[in-house]
Write a protein that binds this ligand. Structure first.
Ligand code: ACO
Length: 325
């Protein structure tokens, strides 16, 4: 069987660092509250960068590390909620700036699970022999869909992009298994209103004046602490692996308390969980690839390690992946 493998990773982050104290200057909040409830100390905010620029940086690093040229890519899949514009799609814009003329390009929307869904899609194309080299991205400028007067949401999020180049594995290493899921019935706990429909054939709808993320924090919390461990357990059971076999867990960086709770429920040592939310906050689809890239470049994730990637968020959606690096 053809197996897909992560050949290289990269990340692109905005320059501007915004600390909890910076937020406390215009919101009724504090560094202590944010750190204790979330584990976040600062985040990056795109004060001048576009999402395309952040993704291009991440993509170039991933291509450099993998030694894959733009012309070799036969597919680009970008997971995002916050493309600079709906048309052209982000992945086609990336194709243009990278010169990846042979790639088929499409965007994918699965909120904070987006990168895992995109990586699984790449894996399927590679396994079925329909693609050989795929660039997968998760990127967000969430700061543009936040209500900056709502202290219960805007303190959580940050901007950034992460990328991976996926190719054909030459040995037994690579993506071993994936578990994806969705629960549309619970979708309203994490939502973002769309544009009202306006056309000559339909009575004008009264739409929201401003379109911001709405989140029922505790509901999302409950969903995450039960679904993430369940998905990881299923993934490991089906692969004949145990918690002890896993060298590193790279979970979506939403809240430190969620990760600690997942570790406890899985009976896995907390030290095995990669954490960088204190510096970037929750970057939605970008959080798993940014963490993966930091883990690899810092030496925390090494060649041959068995790792679990796991994302969860709006939809509701979740996805976990078992990867032999
Ligand atoms: N600063 C100070 N006080 C605050 C803040 C803030 N930034 N935000 C809320 N509060 C207050 C509330 O008003 C409330 O006050 P009250 O008791 O007087 O009513 C109190 O703090 C407690 O509020 P809760 O909402 O109960 O706080 P909780 O402990 O649940 O923490 C949080 C809130 C951090 C949002 C938590 O519910 C959480 O992390 N949920 C999961 C969210 C998440 O993971 N989202 C991302 C996943 S999906 C995705 O990534 C897109």
């Amino acid at each position: 069987m053809i197996r897909a493998k992560i050949l290289g990773t990269g990340r692109g982050l905005p320059e501007r660092v915004v600390t909890n104290d910076d937020l406390a200057e215009f919101l009724d909040t504090s560094d202590t509250w944010i750190r204790e409830r979330t584990g976040i100390c600062q985040r990056r905010i795109a004060a001048k960068e576009t999402l395309l620029e952040l993704c291009e940086e991440a993509a170039r690093q991933a291509m450099d590390q993998s030694g894959v040229e733009a012309g070799e890519l036969d597919m680009i899949i970008a997971a995002t909620l916050t493309a600079d514009h709906p048309l052209p799609n982000l992945s086609s814009s990336l194709q243009r700036v990278l010169g990846a003329d042979n790639a088929v390009c499409f965007d994918l929307s699965a909120a904070c699970s987006g990168f895992i869904f995109a990586l699984t899609t790449a894996q399927m194309y590679i396994q079925s022999g329909h693609a050989k080299k795929v660039l997968v991205l998760g990127g967000e400028i969430l700061s543009k869909i936040m209500d900056w007067t709502d202290r219960s949401t805007c303190i959580l999020f940050g901007d950034g992009a992460g990328a991976a180049v996926v190719g054909v594995s030459e040995n037994e290493q690579g993506i071993l298994a994936a578990d994806l899921g969705s629960n549309g019935k619970k979708g309203s706990v994490l939502s973002l209103p769309g544009r009202p429909v306006e056309n000559p054939f339909r009575p004008a709808e009264k739409g929201p004046e401003k379109c911001y993320v709405h989140m029922e924090g505790q509901e999302v919390f409950k969903f995450a602490v039960s679904q993430v461990p369940a998905s990881i357990r299923k993934l490991l059971e089906e692969s004949g692996k145990s918690i002890a076999d896993v060298d590193c867990f790279v979970l979506h960086q939403a809240n430190l308390r969620i990760i600690r709770s997942a570790a406890k429920r899985l009976k896995a040592p907390e030290e095995k969980f990669f954490i960088n939310m204190e510096r970037y906050g929750n970057t939605s689809a970008a959080s798993v690839p940014i963490a993966l890239d930091e883990g690899i470049r810092s030496g925390r994730i090494k060649k041959g390690d068995l790792i679990v990637l796991s994302g969860f968020g709006g939809g509701l959606t979740w996805g976990s992946m078992l990867v032999q690096m």
